[in-house]
Each structure stands twice: as structure tokens, then as C-alpha cells.
Design a protein around this ligand. Structure first.
Ligand code: NI
Length: 174
């Protein structure tokens, strides 16, 4: 069993705004380890943000690994997107938003520059493009209290949610 529970939409916890990490102490190391453990225990998971999890404090932390062998862990603490350029419009899903059912296109920047600290507090700056950039933007949204549905029109969201309810009523959901 993974140590942390992934909150499911429309859980109010998903609207929490993350708290920046100041002290990179043992308790933060434990949170990051638990986040990675939860990530690797969840099938088809590309990344998780602390605000998606049943953590007492929703730290500004995201763990990312979408490598085929799950051997390229990346932890971003206090990430800030300082530059965006270009556009992409690709399908996204989310472990908190009916992961079996919803994949919708979301407009994101194609290329971003991100400042963050690693798990030990050392500052870094990276450029990300394409899928990697999309993934970081999705996670930073979580850390600001948003899910990817927030990017869609309300009419579309209502239609999707109605469809899911219908499927669930028919007992076809997994
Ligand atoms: Ni997500």
C-alpha cells in the first residue's frame, strides 16, 4: 500500500495552495520519499504534486518520473515558471480527476524556464519543452490549487462529468 492517498476530484483539498518549503529537514525528506513511493505504486502515473495527497501540510513539492523504467526521478521544490513561450495543445489526464475516464486537450506553453530547489535546497534553473514542459505546468497548476479541468469551458466540464456519472451508474467504471 502506498503511504499516501491521492485525493479525488472534487475533493476540496485539491484547491489548497501549496506552502513553500523553507527548512529542508528530515520531515521534508520523508514527505518526498513518501511522494515517490506513492508515485511508483500508482500505475500510469507521470507526476504527483503534494497538494494532491492527504498530507497535513500541502508543501510546494512535485515529484516527476515518466521514464519507461521509472528510473529518472526528478523532485522540484518551490518551482516557479519564470518564462513561457510557444503553444501546445495536447491530451492530459490526472491521477486526481477520473484517471480512467478523462483525457482532454489543454493549451499550454511549448517551452518554459523553471526555477526550483532540489530536495536538499540547492537552487536550479532548467528549460523544458514539449511533454516535459506540459507536465511541469500541470504540476505547478496543482501547487496553485488548480486541476487541468479548470482550463476547459464549464459546458464541456459538465458534459464530461455527466458522462462519467452515467458510466458509473451502469457499473462499468473500474
Ligand atoms: Ni494531475
Amino acid at each position: 500500500m502506498p503511504p499516501l492517498k491521492i485525493l479525488q476530484y472534487p475533493d476540496k483539498g485539491l484547491k489548497r495552495v501549496s506552502i513553500p518549503v523553507v527548512n529542508f529537514d528530515e520531515s521534508i525528506q520523508k514527505v518526498i520519499d513518501d511522494m515517490f513511493e506513492t508515485h511508483y505504486a500508482t500505475p500510469n502515473c507521470a507526476a504527483l504534486a503534494a497538494t494532491q495527497l492527504n498530507l497535513e501540510i500541502p508543501w510546494r513539492i512535485t515529484v516527476i518520473d515518466y521514464s519507461a523504467n521509472k528510473d529518472q526521478p526528478l523532485c522540484l521544490v518551490n518551482p516557479q515558471i519564470i518564462h513561457r513561450e510557444g503553444e501546445q495543445n495536447e491530451y492530459e489526464g490526472c491521477m486526481s480527476v477520473f484517471p480512467q475516464h478523462i483525457h482532454e486537450k489543454v493549451k499550454r506553453a511549448m517551452k518554459i524556464t523553471v526555477q526550483y530547489q532540489d530536495r536538499y535546497g540547492t537552487p536550479h534553473e532548467i528549460e523544458a519543452e514539449g511533454y516535459f514542459a506540459k507536465c511541469i505546468q500541470h504540476e505547478v497548476d496543482h501547487l496553485d490549487g488548480h486541476v487541468f479541468l479548470d482550463h476547459l469551458h464549464k459546458i464541456k466540464i459538465d458534459r464530461i462529468l455527466r458522462k462519467i456519472k452515467k458510466v458509473q451508474r451502469q457499473g462499468k467504471n473500474s
